[in-house]
Design a protein around this ligand. Structure first.
Ligand code: HEM
Length: 447
């Protein structure tokens, strides 16, 4: 995007925003307005100390939440830029600060996109198209972060219900929606809560009370570095309440795709020597994908007006840029030439280049399966693949449904025509060699 145009756009929006504040439409108090001055002062002090001591993350995050990332004034952005210059000069750059500034300054640098919007580098949930990355091989690790992300969303919801937080106050949902939101989040968390073995019962008909209880339990088990990670990984572009939930849901899906990519890579590794294990790995990926799809119910509690409001400032950031998703897709099969050279893959250049250079895939491995494999084993593996393919297609259909609901006929922020793109891609075979093999499972429709 043209840098000057983007910058002028931000200045224009900042003026509109300031105007709203004076008209009292965005109830920002003088105290909150001081957040920017406080954050700037704290950065100055940190720089004055030559960057020693803890960077004032909290003050910066507070200021960002007060305005929305799109409207953070230049005074603060320039201070952050100074902080960045200081750490690049230092030999021992603190990696955590570097990635945080990368996310905080994406709009300032005119390199704002999906990966920075979701603070994917802060959470380290980027398989990045890098086959062989095994960081997310542990289901336990994936479950723990998933639990934290969704519980943090619940915590934020409860703060709003209790009137205890002044951040992101525009368009708060009514109590009925909040109740549905809590219930959907709890449903989506159920398998993870069971696997982790949390002492938490869902046998209650008060979702808000249950959410409180769960948040308390999880808070007691949250370590300091996890709290910091959560705080630093959410910088909404605007001040609409629902954007918080939108970001946490997207992050939870990204985490899951990242973990699934790890499972599929392992499956590919052992495909020839141990097809049974490959089948088990694909089955695990299938199970976790299917349960994560329940997050769409949670997402459907987003108010359409909220989405329409904040998406005005997310232009250029779209999940079409999700490297994790495209990595999963290209581990399953080599995409058709037309798709590989379309916006679907040009939006993820790292993955695109790897695929063009030549990659091995599960579909190719299946086609060349050694004849020595017995019929029973072949059937088991075929079935695992067919079930996984079914879950991916189910994911695409549910995603398409929610896009219709929230977006209507508008174009996408990733520069496609919007839902017609999603409609066209949802039937693409996941594993062309077994397309048409009946899956074995009943899949619940997610509303
Ligand atoms: C309000 C909810 C959502 C809407 C309206 C929506 C809309 C869209 C649209 C219009 C596209 C096409 C690209 C573009 O122009 O932006 C897209 C692509 C995509 N979205 Fe969403 N989306 C939503 C939620 C999600 C969620 C929660 C995820 C989970 C990560 C997700 C993942 C994806 C992926 C992976 C693609 C790329 C698909 C492909 O290239 O085949 N979306 N979405």
């Amino acid at each position: 995007m043209d840098a000057t145009k983007d910058r002028l756009g931000r200045i224009h929006h900042a003026r509109v925003h300031a105007c709203w504040q004076f008209q009292g439409r965005n109830s920002v108090s003088m105290d909150e307005t001081n957040n920017v001055a406080r954050a700037s002062g704290a950065i100055d002090a940190w720089i004055g100390n030559d960057g020693s001591g803890l960077f004032p993350y909290d003050a910066v995050i507070r200021a960002y939440h007060e305005m929305g990332k799109h409207f953070v004034p230049d005074t603060l952005l320039e201070r952050l830029d100074d902080a960045r210059s200081l750490i690049t000069k230092q030999a021992q750059t603190e990696q955590a600060l570097k990635v945080f500034l990368d996310v905080a300054l994406d709009k300032y640098d005119s390199r704002y996109e999906y990966v920075t919007y979701l603070a994917i580098s802060v959470l380290s949930i980027d398989a990045g198209g890098a086959r062989g990355d095994t960081r997310w091989n542990s289901l336990e690790k994936r479950d723990r972060l998933f639990l934290h992300l969704i519980c943090d969303m619940l915590r934020f919801e409860l703060l709003m219900i209790d009137g205890a937080d002044k951040a992101l106050q525009q368009l708060p949902p009514d109590p009925k929606v909040s109740q549905r939101r809590c219930a959907s989040a709890l449903r989506a968390l159920k398998p993870v809560i069971e696997r982790i073995g949390l002492d938490f019962s869902q046998a209650d008909d008060d979702p808000i009370g249950m959410a409180r209880n769960l948040c308390r339990i999880v808070a007691n088990r949250t370590e300091r570095h996890e709290q910091e990670l959560l705080a630093r990984s959410i910088l909404p572009v605007y001040v609409v309440h629902d954007e918080y939930m939108f970001i946490r849901v997207l992050q939870s899906f990204e985490l899951t795709f990242c973990w699934i990519a790890g499972r599929l890579m392992k499956a590919l590794e052992c495909f020839d020597d141990s097809p049974k294990d490959a089948g088990i790995l694909i089955k695990q990926a299938d199970g976790v994908l299917a349960e994560t799809t329940m997050l769409f119910s949670l997402l459907s509690t987003m108010q359409r007006e909220s989405f329409q409001t904040f998406r005005a400032f997310t232009e250029g950031a779209s999940a079409i840029q999700s490297r994790n998703y495209k990595l999963v897709e290209s581990l399953c099969r080599v995409p058709e030439e037309s798709r590989l050279h379309s916006i679907a893959y040009s939006s993820v250049p790292e993955v695109q280049q790897k695929v063009i250079a030549g990659v091995s895939t599960l579909d190719d491995a299946y086609k060349t399966l050694d004849k020595r494999i017995g019929n029973a084993q072949r059937t088991e593996l075929t079935q695992a693949m067919a079930d996984f393919a079914k879950s991916i297609k189910q994911w695409r259909s549910t995603h398409y449904g929610i896009a219709i609901k929230m977006l209507g006929e508008n174009t996408g922020t990733g520069y496609t025509e919007g839902t017609p793109y999603l409609d066209a891609v949802r039937t693409i075979p996941v594993f062309p060699s077994i397309d048409g093999v009946a899956h074995t499972k009943e899949i619940e429709e997610v509303s």
